[in-house]
Design a binder for this molecule. Structure first.
Ligand code: GLA
Length: 714
């Protein structure tokens, strides 16, 4: 059971979680919140003992630096490392001096929230630091609420992070993070920390392909996939963000994160509040695998809009087959073929609206193209439904092409500065979603689209980053609030559409994986990790993705060869086995698939449907990394231990390397496991110690093995 206890004798709060403990306390006359402990679960008495013993760190000659490890550092005094909060008051005062005011603990469902309110000694600013923990989890959600409690003029928030995580003192830390670019997202990247800062950030208005807002830190680079201590943190924010991992001159490591302060100013009027997004942290002593399984469980049980055991349907998407040239005839043909294979959702991608024959025109004109769909979309939707599938549609609501009726009518609706270029990306501009008229228009337009059609799936795309983030009408007030308000209004629109159209599921896409984070995941069922559908490249993208995000949300398509991005050709089986590692979709041009290929695909999809609860909602063990060696492998274990799915993907084989033995994880030694596709049975001990034997022959050979726990021995 999660529990938050206040220990009055040491003025500390002890947060007890499933397998970890977190402890913080007041110090320096209640003017600092000090970090005391974060690690494996310890007794209350031990945490209290640590709190009693804590205080300013002893550092000879460190006279000009604060020696308190703070949970949240308001800029002021002898603070020179990354601050959490920087404010300018109306009279020009730019430093904060605060004192603790009040605590509160709230219990709701499986969660408990601690709120600690601080107040500036002289100005009407209160800062409440929140900590929420949950039964059965090791995550701590941390966020902050700022309030201008009046009595003075507005104040300007110049930097307001969500949390600062203090790591235990160790000699060296390794930082693991997810780096990438368009078509090469979420690559696992590692570096040893040195004194100084590593800044991971997005200044792009969206989460970004370059860095995902997720980090992991392990001391002495000692963690493996299944052993060792790892601290990890992730932001629930889909706009510009910043995570600073800083090593102080004294070797202390802290990790501060939240909304990016670059170009940021937020005017907080009298009586107004500002709630910042959560920066979530967790600890595991079970290596990177343990960290990932904890993130996955958190997402399934506490973040995603669907229940924990929900499974994502097999989806067909038209993009790689028909690109912009969609029409009723070719979509019906694809739908018939997709249904025959076993698809459960049919999604028409870009090209169905306005004058959208290529990416130069049409964005913003969300009216069905009469040339392509003379009878509207409803006959196609009816056909898709009659084939037993749900109908889905692609949209990109935050964007406009200059060549569109919307832009011709409202050229001032995009971000821009006077006397400056409006830089186009993919021939499009970004709508100023912070404007109330634009927000209302986007909501009304999408509401109408969903009301007039039986749409049950929306792929919400966002294909360019912000440039010239200006808002001339707001000049002199607070145009920089677009960095917050765009994202808040985006969230608000999706939330409202979900409320009005509860049958619609959403997928977040941003030119591939540019908007994947815990913030968007609380309002979409799934995400599109990358436009790169090459199976070999995907292995690395999916590996990195799986460090932070659950397999269920990872949409993966089987597409045609040679792949349109890499020109690589790999067997259909290999493509299926890679895509089956997440939520399976098909994106190939089915009109060109041979009867044999369609037959093979039918078999894979049927098999996938049998095992998908294990894959999408089970416990993931990354057995072998695609970055190391010629065979990559992953294993999924059903939460009740009754079933196991293993994928092994081989490539670039050398002579006489066909035999592979994969020691499995998370099995019961005494139990027996039967291969559902052969009549072989193994003991748990055999599979754990000797390993699952596989024979992978040639390049791009792959296997899926499905094991079912049996009660009887062989
Ligand atoms: C983006 C998406 C693709 C596809 C196209 C359509 O690139 O990432 O999956 O939807 O837009 O234009």
């Amino acid at each position: 059971m999660a529990d938050i206890t206040y220990d009055a004798s040491s003025k500390c709060w002890i947060l007890q979680m499933e397998a970890s403990t977190y402890c913080i306390g007041l110090s320096e006359g209640d003017s600092s919140l000090q970090h005391i402990y974060w690690g494996p679960r310890i007794a209350y008495a031990a945490a209290s003992e640590m709190a009693h013993a804590s205080g300013p760190l002893k550092r000879p000659f460190a006279r000009s630096e604060r020696t308190i490890r703070e949970e949240y550092a308001p800029w002021g005094g002898m603070r020179f490392s990354e601050p959490s909060l920087k404010v300018e008051y109306a009279d020009g005062t730019r430093v904060i001096e605060w004192v603790f005011e009040e605590q509160g603990v709230e219990r709701s469902g499986a969660g408990q929230t601690l709120g600690l309110r601080f107040r500036d000694r002289a100005y009407p600013l209160t800062v409440t630091l929140y900590y929420r923990i949950y039964d059965g989890h090791d995550v701590i959600e941390r966020w902050v609420r700022l309030e201008n409690i009046g009595g003075s003029s507005p104040m300007t928030i110049e930097q307001a992070l969500s949390a600062d995580w203090q790591l235990p003192h160790r000699d060296h830390y390794r930082l693991t993070y997810l780096h990438g670019r368009v078509l090469k997202e979420t690559q696992v990247t590692e570096t040893m920390l040195c004194p100084g800062k590593v800044v991971l950030e997005s200044r792009r208005g969206a989460t970004s392909h370059q860095f995902n807002p997720w980090v992991a830190l392990d001391p002495e680079a000692s963690a493996t996939q299944e052993s060792g201590e790892v601290w990890s943190a992730a932001l629930a924010w889909s706009g510009s963000w910043k995570i600073v991992v800083e090593t102080t001159p004294y070797g202390e490591v802290h990790c501060a994160g939240g909304v990016n302060d670059f170009d940021f100013r937020y005017r907080l009027d009298e009586g107004a509040g500002l709630e910042l997004p959560a920066f979530v942290g967790l600890y595991s002593s079970e290596g990177f695998g343990g960290v990932s399984r904890r993130w996955h469980a958190y997402e399934r049980e506490l973040v995603l809009p669907e229940p924990p055991e929900a499974v994502r349907p097999v989806l067909y998407n038209s993009w790689e087959a028909t690109a912009f040239a969609v029409n009723e005839g070719n979509q019906v043909e694809l739908a018939e073929k997709a249904a025959e294979l076993g698809a459960e959702v049919f999604v028409v991608d870009d090209g169905w609206f306005g004058a959208r024959d290529n990416d130069h025109a049409g964005l913003g004109d969300w009216m069905v193209s009469p040339a392509k769909f003379p009878h509207g979309l409803n006959p196609l939707i009816a056909r898709v439904n009659a084939l037993g599938m749900r109908f889905g549609l692609w949209i990109e609501p935050e964007m406009v092409n200059p060549d569109s009726d919307l832009y011709r009518a409202h050229p001032d609706w995009v971000y821009h500065f006077r006397h400056r270029s409006r830089t186009e990306g993919r021939n499009q501009l970004v709508l100023n979603l912070a404007r109330e008229d634009v927000r209302a228009w986007v909501l009304a337009t999408l509401d109408r689209l969903l009301s007039e059609h039986a749409i049950e799936f929306v792929k919400w795309d966002m294909n360019r980053y912000f440039s010239e983030p200006g808002w001339p009408d707001e000049a002199g007030r607070n145009p920089e609030r677009i960095w917050l308000d765009h994202v808040r209004n985006l969230y608000g629109i999706i939330d409202e559409l979900r409320r009005r159209h509860p049958k619609v599921a959403f997928e977040s896409c941003a030119a591939g994986g540019g908007r994947v984070d815990l913030g968007i995941l609380s309002r979409v069922e799934q995400v599109w990790p990358s436009d790169n559908t090459d199976a070999l490249d995907r292995l690395r993208i999916q590996e990195g993705f799986s460090y932070a995000y659950a397999p269920r949300v990872m949409m993966c398509w089987v597409t045609d060869c040679p792949n349109f991005v890499t020109r690589r050709t790999v067997p259909l089986r290999y493509r299926f086995h890679v895509a089956m590692a997440g939520a399976l979709g098909i994106g190939g041009d089915l009109s060109r698939w041979t009867p044999q290929e369609r037959e093979e695909a039918r078999g894979f999809i049927a098999m996938y449907k049998r095992v998908r609860p294990v894959i999408q909602n089970g416990l993931l063990y990354r057995l072998r990394s695609p970055r190391a060696g010629r065979v990559a492998a992953s294993q999924y274990v059903a939460r009740d231990g009754s079933e196991v799915v293993v994928f092994a993907w081989g490539h670039s084989q050398q002579f006489a390397e066909t035999q592979v033995s994969l020691p499995l994880c998370g099995l019961e030694e005494e139990a027996h496991y039967a291969d559902s596709m052969s009549d072989v049975t193994y003991s748990g001990a055999y599979l754990a110690q000797k390993g699952l034997p596989l024979n992978l022959v040639g390049d791009f050979d792959s296997r899926m093995v499905h094991l079912v726990r049996t009660t009887s021995a062989w």
